[in-house]
Design a protein around this ligand. Structure first.
Ligand SMILES: *Cc1c(COP(=O)(O)O)cnc(C)c1O
Length: 416
């Protein structure tokens, strides 16, 4: 039986069933361009890893001087891919410039996607990652969306751990510090045609970072942007693609000029709240019968499925279901993934029912909001003396406890 024969089968569902059986038994995959059946190319193979030590290792700078994303460690991880031979030899080598041709498709059509996660080191020297499996899944989803090659997330994670363990002395000892891990995948086909690239490069760089809030939480002011959108229905907002970020810089500059620190991205004629800068967003309302409702927009294709977002929701739901009650988190809590509009936020503020609002993401963990500039007026949002609110405070405490390994949890993954 061959592919042409299968295609000629008159009943499409039978043909698709037979094709899937054929693929399963013959160990072949359809070529994404031509549909021709090919043997699968090799996945990432950690056992092929080659390590070249940096002969001129740097000195980690004093942690006080660290600026987010400006300092990199001695080594990086690279794994090349091409359509014929699949994933190639993984290399850990000195951090340094990449070589590519000016025709490389990433430079023209933004064939680039990334992840962001952190490695933490506790007082005993144990290094951990936080829910890295979620980053691996999300990165594969992003790769699929850009027609870039996917990979075995466990194999890639193995190699990331090797890289981190080689450079772990770059994680500053001071509390609140960590190593920001930036996996990136780019299309490097040497031809300026728009299509799935026949070459790609997966790489990882590491950057030591200080605590986001060096001296307590500082609530931020947002500007409810009606002029620009971050994401749209059917667009790419739900994926961590480079293409989503460059267009956000101009709106960010223009709100900074007005004295606000981030864009509050709104969607649709009813100005639905979606995300804050590059963070997911949560609002807490007091309901008419006195309960507290923690609300975040649903994953409708415009929202980036954040690991921090999922962690906040999971902790709040565990609390409600009595799986793990968090000290000081209110008893009468409701958790909703639903649409929130600016009208609802304004009304709640007027009726003293707006309890708090915060952004959530790996970099800041939780970022309280105290003001939204919207249509020429400021909506004020309460914050506690420490900058946080009654829902974010206990959730933040539990979350960073788990990230730092102070509170044991299966979310914390040890780097051997
Ligand atoms: C990365 C990111 C987030 C947060 O995701 P985390 O996994 O929690 O770091 C939220 N929104 C956008 C647009 C992002 O790029």
């Amino acid at each position: 039986m061959n592919y042409t024969l299968l295609r000629s089968l008159s009943r499409p569902r039978l043909a698709s069933w037979a094709l899937r059986r054929f693929i399963a038994t013959k160990n072949v995959v359809p070529d994404p361009m031509t549909g021709e059946l090919m043997p699968p190319t090799p996945d990432i193979q950690p056992n092929l890893l080659q390590i070249t030590r940096n002969a001129n290792p740097g000195t980690p700078p004093p942690s006080k001087t660290l600026v987010f994303g400006h300092t990199f460690t001695d080594h990086m991880l690279t794994i090349p891919w091409d359509a014929v031979s699949g994933w190639g030899v993984p290399e850990i080598k000195p951090y340094g410039p990449l070589q590519m041709e000016p025709s490389a498709t990433v430079l023209h059509y933004a064939q680039t996607l990334f992840e962001g996660m952190k490695a933490y080191r506790d007082e005993t020297g144990k290094v951990t990652l936080f829910r890295p499996d979620m980053n691996m899944k999300r990165m594969n989803n992003s790769a699929r969306r850009l027609a870039l090659p996917t990979f075995n997330g466990d194999a890639f994670l193995d190699l990331i751990k090797r890289l981190i363990s080689i450079d772990k002395h770059w994680i500053p000892q001071e509390p609140g510090h960590s190593l920001y891990v930036r996996p990136t995948l780019i299309g490097t086909q040497k031809a300026i045609g728009v299509g799935p690239p026949n070459e790609a490069l997966l790489f990882v760089i590491l950057s030591p970072v200080g605590p986001y809030y060096a001296s307590g939480f500082k609530p931020v002011a947002l500007y409810g942007t009606t002029e620009f959108v971050r994401a749209a229905p059917g667009g790419t907002g739900a994926y961590k693609l480079g293409v989503n970020y460059a267009p956000g810089v101009l709106p960010q500059k223009s709100v900074a000029a007005l004295g606000y620190s981030q864009n509050l991205w709104l969607h649709g004629p009813d100005h639905q709240l979606t995300e804050v800068g590059t963070m997911n967003m949560f609002v807490v309302f007091k309901t008419k019968d006195g309960a507290l409702e923690l609300v975040t927009p649903p994953l409708d294709g415009m929202i980036l499925p954040g690991v921090t977002r999922d962690s906040v929701l999971t902790l709040a739901r565990e609390h409600i279901n009595g799986v793990k009650t968090l000290a000081d988190l209110p008893e009468n809590l409701i958790v909703s993934e639903r649409t929130v509009t600016m009208k609802e936020v304004k009304e709640a503020a007027q009726e003293q029912r707006l309890v708090e609002m915060f952004g959530a993401g790996t970099a800041a963990v939780i970022s309280p909001v105290d003001r939204i500039g919207y249509m020429g007026q400021d909506v004020h949002i309460p914050t506690g003396a420490d900058g946080m609110g009654p829902v974010s405070r206990p959730i933040w405490t539990e979350l960073v406890g788990r990230q730092w390994g102070k509170i044991p949890s299966e979310w914390s993954v040890v780097v051997e």
